[in-house]
Design a protein around this ligand. Sequence first.
Ligand code: TXA
Ligand code: MG
Length: 326
Amino acid sequence: MTARKKKAEPACGRSVLRAAEVLREGGVVAIPTETVYGLAGNIFDEKAIRAIYRIKKRPSSNPLIVHVAGLEQARELVTRMPPAAEKLARAFWPGPLTLILPKKKKVPGWVTAGQDTVGLRVPDHPLTLRLLRTLDFPLAAPSANPFTYISPVTADQVARMLGKQTGYILDGGRCRAGIESTIVSFEKGKARILRPGAIPEEAIKKVVGTAGSPGKKPADILHPGMYKKHYSPRTPLLLTRDVETAWKTRAKGRTVLLAYGRKYPFAPPGSQRWLGRTPAMVARRLYDVLHQLDREGYDLIIAPELPEIDLGRAVNDRLRKAARRD
Ligand code: TXA
Ligand code: MG
């Protein structure tokens, strides 16, 4: 074969067996899911989990989501599953839904940042499902990006950000949903959305009737919204309801507009990047476009706020956090 391997390139491929081997040896593997790529390790291996925090530069107070092969394996890790959680799991697993549930003792505190709850989900990706079924331990996996940067939706983006630090990158192609899972917790049996994500609130309500949104929480309770800056590109991003006025008054240097619904008639086509016609299309493309724009080197990204319905909520949440500089 003529293909020459560059030494610096991280090990990357489609081998579930290789991924399993690295994980059994206590290594860290980037895994594809339907939402974004995760950085995975054996939940029972303290060294592997510490490595995940170190590679991501993530504060040790921020718990990891545990990925399991199915409902049965989920049950083994929790003391209780409220009926609403059971209904949601049956409706959406495998899929982009994370349930926060009271953990059994055997779930180590190093995965949950010392909390007595654990976030669980069954990811909907054929390679990762096969991997989870092969292993006899669950996988803790946060998104495979450095803390506060944009989550990766391709193996190539993982390789650029963290490649050399992972034992293996399992390449499962481009992530289908493109935005993280919806996180749901339960209070007195009632579902409450902690992080809007790839399953819209409307779909959750159809299954369990009501779904509270994250209200104001005491500072000592850990929750996904506690870090205001998150999901941020290096390029400054301005989020606005009025893209035309922002373009006319705020554009500077090389400015690019994110186009939603239609291309804008008031700006040259070359200054626009198409996001999509629907919130679901935008969710699928958003991180990919932000990764590309960061590489191309713009001075400013102007982004439209989407209507607060369907996946628009999750997209707006990410854009709001991307717009923060503090
Ligand atoms: O789609 C996803 O959820 C992706 C893929 C890889 O599964 N994962 C992901 O993980 O987005 P991460 O770590 O980037 O975000 C998980 C969020 C964090 O904000 C964390 O605070 C919250 O979930 N979380 C995890 N366990 C929790 C718990 N027990 N209680 C409250 N929040 C929890
Ligand atoms: Mg993340």
